[in-house]
Design a protein. Structure first.
Length: 278
């Protein structure tokens, strides 16, 4: 009797290949990026979070103080190895702007909470997604994280030099943050905001007009979700009707662009230069 081992060996080989994890991606973070050595507690939410820090190229020797940009979803900002679907290239963009003498910033990136992301970044309850945790999350940035960063690093801590930025749920969270804490933030980068998850946000922004000097950069891709373009247009009207100067609001809808990090990365330079212009 003859036995054929070839199919068995082939099947075993395929099973072994399927069970072998993919090799980790190579890190693309530049030298200015580091991880804070200890996770930071979020008061009221009973969880801790990793913080990723970007320092401009001359930080170690300059003795200067720098403006600060707080950003959400930090896993996606600096490094392909940790990004969900590609990185924003924040470090590459800011290194280039520094080299050109146009802008130098400290960036404080806050890792998202995985399955907690959608509730942490929403200040309003949602029947589909759950109880809002956005107020506690924003209070954490303002009351815990910012004081710690200002104490340890050479920041310009006043509101004129403090900004917040994010995309999707992070865009929603950034718009909420500047409206809730206009005494802390004077600039917000609101990329592809997920207003569809937070219908009360329109009334909230109408009832919380920003200081006249605050800058809000609203960005959307033409081919994002069904309601996203109309929603950002509606919010721009809310901001305008609140009496905010047109010169301090941008609404940019980019043809053919979809909801992804490559789009946001490509728009980052222009947005930052406008937000931090003298």
């Amino acid at each position: 009797m003859r036995f054929c081992f070839i199919p068995f060996l082939l099947a075993a080989s395929l099973a072994s290949a399927a069970d072998t994890p993919a090799p980790p991606k190579a890190s693309t973070a530049l030298p200015g990026v580091s991880l804070l050595p200890e996770l930071v507690e979020i008061p009221g939410l009973n969880r801790k979070r990793q913080i990723r820090l970007y320092l401009p190229p001359g930080y170690a020797t300059s003795g200067k103080r720098y403006p600060v940009l707080y950003m959400h979803d930090a896993q996606n900002l600096f490094d392909d190895a940790t990004a969900f679907a590609g990185e924003w290239k924040v470090d590459e963009t800011l290194d280039a702007l520094s080299k050109e003498g146009k802008l130098e910033l400290i960036v404080v990136g806050i890792d998202n909470g995985g399955d907690k992301r959608i509730t942490e970044l929403n200040a309003w309850d949602n029947a589909r997604f759950g109880h809002a945790e956005g107020k506690q999350y924003t209070d954490f940035i303002v009351g815990t994280l910012k004081p710690a960063i200002d104490a340890k690093y050479r920041t310009l801590p006043d509101r004129a030099h403090t900004a917040i930025m994010g995309s999707s749920m992070g865009g929603l969270a950034s718009h909420y943050a500047i409206a809730q804490y206009p005494q802390v933030f004077s600039k917000a980068g609101v990329f592809s905001p997920a207003y569809w998850t937070a219908t009360p946000s329109f009334d909230f922004m109408a009832q919380h007009p920003l200081p006249k000097d605050a800058r809000v950069y609203l960005l959307m891709g033409e081919k994002e979700g069904d309601s996203m373009v109309p929603d950002v247009q509606r919010m721009a009207q809310v901001v305008e009707k609140s009496g905010h100067p047109k010169a301090n609001t941008v609404l940019k809808i980019v043809p053919e662009q979809k909801h992804n990090e490559a789009f946001w990365s490509g728009e980052l330079r222009e947005a930052l230069l406008w937000m931090f212009a003298d």
